[in-house]
Design a protein around this ligand. Structure first.
Ligand code: GDP
Length: 283
């Protein structure tokens, strides 16, 4: 099944973003550390031209540490880019990010000459959480559901930095359905836009290839089944997602599996690696 997801208010974002970029010194692009490519917006790359950019690999607490290291090396190959893995809820991480902003543009950050920083990213990457932590208080609205954010606010961090939220929401490139399935697996896409069973099968197929032992151990399976459908069925049986007659309710099994996967219950998992082969989603 094809995933389509364009919350309406995202349409006019790009013109506003282009205008805003001219008035700032450092771009912070918030990516999901588990899928830095699929959670990026390639138009931002064009609009940024040569402005310094810090790519924050957020939700580092959920991502595979070895893969995140590889992503940092990969992203920093690009000129003007620094990559910083962090967890947006952690104050020490936010402080490290503030220091990196100051180091990136050392000639700004004085009275009358503030360091102007803007936070960009697709929905649900953790922008509001990061802004709150950087500001040290509850300024931006944090949502468990995708596509909730407060736009266009400016926060004086009182350390020479003026922090702004993006003036328009960016969105992922869902032309690439592999990226769309990875985003749905991560929880970034609104639940109404995809079929749980299809995404559950995609995620089971991915885990079977990349982290088979995690699945076997977490769900206490004697052996790992040899197809995504058989894995989802085994998970459903283990979690008691059954319908009358004792058959597995695949939709409920997929929901429960994705919930555990997204929350890091099956360990720290990255859904994509730099320069990796593509696994096709079930349609
Ligand atoms: P926004 O749409 O980009 O502003 O994203 P939010 O800040 O609303 O965050 C989306 C969801 O991700 C919320 O449920 C946050 O609690 C969660 N989140 C944000 N940062 C982190 C993080 O570093 N680790 C984890 N595990 N969850 C996070």
């Amino acid at each position: 099944m094809t995933i389509r997801w364009y919350p309406g208010h995202m349409g006019k974002a790009l013109a506003k973003v282009a205008e805003a970029i001219r008035r700032i010194d450092v771009i912070i692009e918030v990516l999901d550390a588990r899928l830095p490519l699929s959670s990026s917006n390639n138009r931002l790359e064009e609009l940024r031209s040569n402005k310094p950019c810090i790519k924050v690999l957020n939700k580092n607490d959920l991502a595979d540490p070895a893969v995140t290291k590889a992503w940092v090396r990969h992203l920093e190959r690009e000129s003007g880019v620094c990559a910083l893995p962090l967890s947006a809820r952690v104050h020490a991480d936010a402080k490290q990010l503030i220091k990196l902003c100051q180091k990136t543009v050392p000639h700004r950050g004085r009275p009358g000459w503030p360091l102007r920083v803007m936070v960009f990213g697709i929905p649900n990457t953790g922008k509001s959480t990061l802004i709150n932590t950087m500001a040290g208080k509850c300024m931006a609205k944090v949502g468990d559901k995708p596509a909730i954010t407060v736009c266009g606010q400016q926060i004086d961090l009182r350390n020479g930095i003026i922090l702004s939220d993006t003036p328009g929401l960016l969105w992922p490139d869902l032309q690439d359905q592999v990226a769309a399935y990875r985003l749905a697996t991560s929880g970034a896409i609104g639940a109404g836009a995809f079929d749980y069973t299809c995404v559950g099968l995609f995620a089971a197929g991915f885990m079977m290839q990349r982290y088979p032992e995690r699945i076997r151990e977490h769900y206490r399976l004697a052996e790992l089944p040899d197809s995504p459908a058989a894995i989802l069925e085994a998970i459903g049986r283990r979690l008691g997602c059954l319908i009358t007659g004792g058959e597995v309710d695949l939709h409920r099994a997929a929901e429960a599996f994705l919930r555990e996967l997204r929350a890091g219950k099956i360990g720290r998992v990255s859904f994509e690696e730099p320069d990796q082969e593509v696994v096709c989603p079930s349609r």
